[in-house]
Design a protein around this ligand. Sequence first.
Ligand code: SF4
Length: 153
Amino acid sequence: MSVYTIPAWLRADRIAIPPQPPEWVDLALCAEVSGDLFFPEDGQNSATARAVCRSCEARLPCLREATDRPVEGVWGGFSERARKDIHSRHVAGESLEDIIAEDDARYYERLEGAAERAAAANRRERDRQHLKYAAACDAATTDPTAQSREKAA
Ligand code: SF4
């Protein structure tokens, strides 16, 4: 695999391509998806690109590559703006591994929260259906005309 298959480096007019491709390029997951994902236009969401990065084995070296210089697009699971903050934290002594771990933890926490909310909504809907069904059964057993009305309907 060459550096030219990495979306970020596809914008070679804006980024200096290293003469010797680093080894992590072989692990880059973004080489297998649309490069446009990694360059969201103003106002577009980079969530899909960042999700790809989360599964990429080259995330750490990729982030390292992009942290110390102003490169465009999503690198290492972070947008350009997020990397400015990461750069400051890294300069202040925080490791990129910790920053990635923190980002992952926050992401999975949000995912779990969303899954819990979806499960609770399902439970509420199931209970609502159950109550509706029980009420219909009650009405049918206490009101003998209900069954004949239902049949007629
Ligand atoms: S971390 Fe993201 S941008 Fe970097 S190589 Fe992997 S998929 Fe590509």
